[in-house]
Design a protein. Sequence first.
Length: 270
Amino acid sequence: MSVSEPRVITSLTNDRIKAIRALEMRKERRETGLFVAEGASILVTARDAGHVPASLVYQAGSVSTPVAKSLVRWAIDVGADVLEVSEVVLAKLSSKDNPQAMLGVFRQRWAELPARASGDDCWLALEEVRDPGNLGTIIRTVDAVGAKGVILIGNACDPYSRESVRATMGSVFAVPMVKVSREAFLAWRAEWRGDVVGTHLDGREDFRRASYKGPVLLVMGSEGPGLSDSLTRACSKLVKIPMAGQLDSLNLAVATALTLYQIRGGALRV
Ligand SMILES: C[S@@+](CC[C@H](N)C(=O)[O-])C[C@H]1O[C@@H](n2cnc3c(N)ncnc32)[C@H](O)[C@@H]1O
């Protein structure tokens, strides 16, 4: 296979390079519906989950492993815009702290609120999540426990930001994500047949002793203010994760992981 067909792009003012760099901005991601995923292992996850890149960018001379070669072959086969670029150009396109030799541009996918949930289904709702690292970590955990998806309520950060995508380690391609207003969420929640479990510092029940009647809708509050009053009232039960020290609360991603494993643990086998 020849991976040297495209001419190496060395200019940062190349229009296609500028378009990919612009995806750093949320506004640009919203308007184009595109996002960037970096690194061969995340790209393999994307391929295995049936996603197709609009573009694939790789550093000239870096395609030496079988995995890297297969990714370039895949991108060519699906008709992606395949760009071979200089080290300088790739350094500008990829993250500073963990630069990768390959990245892909993909179309975002958004799901609708599920029409029905049944049995031991579990959906996670996040109120106004602010930290993209937390959000990515949570998407990864949702994937790990086999929950059905993530509902982003209100003014949430972008799961397709570079930081969030990286923290998902590829689960962004596997986990359905829904974006809704608080009003739409509350109207939809009214039809939910199982438990709607809020995690709250004022919760009366220890999350390890509570019973969870499926399908479970787990609701987590925002990093700063926690769960709002309207969402707290929408929950059928409030659980608390006990803490021994003098701390105020757990990190959102940690609290989500603990609760999801408590709810879903019985369904998971090694
Ligand atoms: C960083 S905490 C927010 C803390 C906020 N100051 C408050 O009063 O809720 C983010 C979310 O994680 C969950 N959480 C964190 N620690 C928790 C705990 N010990 N018990 C129950 N939920 C917790 C809650 O959903 C909370 O809204």
